[in-house]
Design a protein around this ligand. Structure first.
Ligand code: NCD
Ligand code: ZN
Length: 347
């Protein structure tokens, strides 16, 4: 039985670090286990220009423990007035690695997102030309579409049309939550990939709603039926390079989660790798974890695989941190609902 696994230092290809006191508190948790992360730009106000991304990057570096080599891979928030030249310059300088498309109103801090997709076509074409990926929050926002159907409808109404009218555009379908999303990615040979979160490999909608409402499992896209979780698990553990890890670790203080109108987001950064090792081991696919967390994302983004390594070691159940203190209040850490045995050792 394998009880040690050494892999290149992982990347988190979808991460929310926030700003201010929250940024200071949560950044070390990711930097302890990951070498790089694609940093989501949905601050208030959002990170829209190259100059704003450079400033945000400096604040992230400032929040790192001394000597930690973590590299934030910055993104810009796509708006209807995004300037293609600014995007190209920020990409050319190596500052940004993607643009993020939030349909207006889809999720936390998405009010500045895109309403009229025709208005961003020029930017998308420029991105296709220079090979800059578009990260997509794949949910429609129409009030008449059921929240459990929003991903599937988005693929038909928005994502597929964008890809057809923008040949060569590299797209990451972020936090895929349905078999429809997996099937769509599987149908495309090149230029489309999907990130899968840790929590969507573990919970289904019953975890949120059955036997009492559990706000710390509420995130967007919302977890779906068990059959969808199984499709995500099969994709993540398949060794297919089109699926890779993006935790979507999205901290909110407990007061904002445990509320009459609670925020969406699961904070998984501190125990993500231990959770993933447990999940992959349970699926008999521990040998596929390395591709999922350390290789396929880097390959898609055209980055070298890390030369530094990290070891996961199996032992007695770990003491699991329940919450993280921040200057803004406590943030509850994701509870997988089962014991974790895989300890992370930075080599
Ligand atoms: C994210 C957040 O809180 O910023 N929330 C979430 O539920 N995933 C936004 C997002 O990625 O949709
Ligand atoms: Zn997110």
């Amino acid at each position: 039985m394998t009880d040690r696994l050494t892999i290149p230092l992982p990347d988190d290809m979808h991460l929310h670090l926030r700003d201010g006191a929250m940024l200071k508190a949560v950044t070390p948790a990711t930097a302890a286990h990951f070498g790089r992360a694609i940093i989501m730009p949905n601050l208030v106000p959002p990170v829209v220009t190259g100059a704003e991304a450079a400033e945000y990057r400096a604040r992230i570096l400032d929040a790192l423990p001394d000597g930690n080599p973590f590299e934030p891979l910055m993104t810009l928030y796509l708006t209807e007035t995004t300037d293609p030249d600014d995007v190209a310059a920020a990409a050319e300088s190596g500052l940004i690695h993607a643009l993020k498309l939030y349909p207006a109103g889809a999720t936390t801090n998405s009010a500045s997102g895109v309403r009229d997709f025709a208005k961003v076509q020029g930017v998308l074409e420029r991105m296709a030309e220079i090979g800059l990926p578009l990260c997509v929050h794949g949910e429609v926002t129409d009030a008449e579409i059921d929240i459990f159907d929003r991903e599937a409808v988005f693929i038909d109404r928005v994502l597929d049309p964008i890809r057809r009218r923008t040949p060569g555009l590299k797209v990451v379908m972020e936090h895929v939550t349905t078999s429809n999303g997996i099937d769509y990615i599987a149908s495309v040979e090149q230029g489309l990939a999907g990130t899968i979160t840790t929590h969507h490999l573990i919970i289904n909608r019953n975890h949120i709603l059955a036997g009492g409402i559990r706000p710390h499992y509420y995130c967007l896209p919302v977890a779906k039926r068990e059959e969808h979780r199984k499709a995500l698990l099969a994709a993540a553990t398949s060794g297919d390079p089109r699926y890779f890890s993006g935790t979507d670790s999205a901290p909110h203080v407990d007061a904002a989660k445990e509320s009459g109108c609670g925020c969406a987001g699961c904070f998984t950064a501190p125990n993500t790798l231990s959770c993933l090792a447990e999940v992959f081991e349970g699926a008999g696919a521990l040998d596929k974890l390395e591709g999922f967390v350390s290789r396929f994302g880097a390959d898609f983004y055209g980055l070298p695989v890390a030369s530094e390594t990290l070891t996961l070691e199996k032992g007695a159940p770990l003491e699991q941190p329940k919450s993280l203190e921040t200057g803004d209040g406590p943030v509850t850490v994701f509870d997988p609902g089962f014991p974790l045995h895989w300890r992370v050792i930075r080599d």
